[in-house]
Design a protein around this ligand. Sequence first.
Ligand SMILES: [Zn+2]
Length: 204
Amino acid sequence: MNIIEDFIPSNRPNRPGVTITPTSITVHNTGNTNKGADAAMHASYIKSTNDKVSWHYTVDDYNVIQHIPIDEMAWHAGCRKGNETSIGIEICMNQGINMEMAEENAQQLIAYLMAKTSITDIKKHQDWTGKYCPAVLLKEGRWEQFVRGCFCLFEEKKNIKKEHWAKIYYQLLINRGMVIYEERFDDPITRGELFAILCRMLEL
Ligand SMILES: [Zn+2]
């Protein structure tokens, strides 16, 4: 997944520059079903609007565009607490979009953010103010499924990251036919064991 950074200029009214420590991720649908209302269009809108409205990422079926750093407040939740504690993600719903791909991109983005920030609280916009948003996911009854997908991807990322640096050496030795009963990568080795290994290597 490639994230395009296209930040709102820092002097714009919808980029207040307030530092936050986010504790949740809030999911929205744009509500814009017009043709061409994709991530690029929203990126250009958000940079020029005088409305006090902003969010961190817009996702469509091909792109993820970031508008504001995640440690800066944006105006997306409709309430102060939401804005001050949550990363806002808008999923496009423009005419002709491949919704499945757009939602998968959003899930990839969320899993990436979960791994990066340790945040595991995934909210709907509705959780903050009751607004019917993300409308597509709510209307089609797929919210729970969407969140489960985020967690699955997050687990996958964690498992990849968890692999020990020495695993590749272990695997090479196993492939050469060496019998090793336990990995125990971080256990220390004694001088005696080292002597034994050296002797075996030198075939003494
Ligand atoms: Zn919303």
